[in-house]
Write a protein that binds this ligand. Sequence first.
Ligand code: SER
Length: 340
Amino acid sequence: MSTKAVLITGANGEIGHGLVSRLTEKNPEINIVAIDVHPLSKTLQDQCHEVIVGDIMDSSLLDRLAAFYDFETIYHLAAILSTKAEREPVLGHRINVDGTLGLLELAARQARATGENVKFLFPSSIAAYGLPNVAVKMKAGKVKENEWLDARTMYGINKKYCEDLGRYYNWYYRQLDPQQTTAHVDFRGIRFPGLISAVTLPTGGTSDYGPEMMHYAAQGKVYDCFVPESATLPFMVMPDAINALLKLEATPAKNLTQVVYNIGAFSVSAKDFYDVIKKAFPSAHVNFKPDVLRQKIVDSWPADVDDSLARKEWGWSHEFDFKRAFDEYLIPAVKNRYGK
Ligand code: SER
């Protein structure tokens, strides 16, 4: 008999780190199967039923998993972020799109075999949006899910397309088959803002200047910030991002009218970050040295998002506003991490 389990791809990444711990805290009996191309830290390994150092593009690996497990939920977190995908667009497309397609097929196969829906939680991004310039962006304010969808980066285009794939697998998969299956992939996506964790640093993203500024300051290192002081994006701390994934996962499907939702917490400029960091680490030093090409990507992402649908349909609400995020989570945790 197959073991019931939860699959997490990209488990060693920023979201994965927080998610594994929260899932085992909630349910110590949970069977987590974790995949990552990099080995997981020892503490995470101990919380998982099986850990696989491997590539989501390895179809024989996915076949083996399908044979041994019944996945009730898949958190598909593995991705190449925006800056890295811009430097290696074909690799970005391969991992972000082909990789997601392989996982959706695995989920569909499992739903067919077990007759139970398989929940598929997918982190999408504010990169799915594309505003033409900074003036339009600042005027647009909080954008809704169906506005400004001309993404400009390979990563953003990949995420948007995977949202569409999710919609397809959810509602129209194999719609011409004479025998329709009863169970399906229950795809649920969240367009995350820039995420900030006190425990890990992002790799290869464009919103990375926020978290990098803080981690550099805590280590007493000078930070060259690649956007100007005025650059503004929505951000959120990792505990809220994990809460959102768990909350959306737990929501009855009948409450959900969409396959993807915005969520927001606070919208701040690079200067706002610097001001709060400087207060906590008075010796922090940031040189604002905009890289105009990376800045253009930030300029094409919304300054803020309208998350009223998530609030209404699945009760989303953030716990950490900007002040609380720094006072109660980020500053104490990074001080502790770097022994300050
Ligand atoms: N944080 C991501 C990036 O910068 C966007 O979702 O690529």
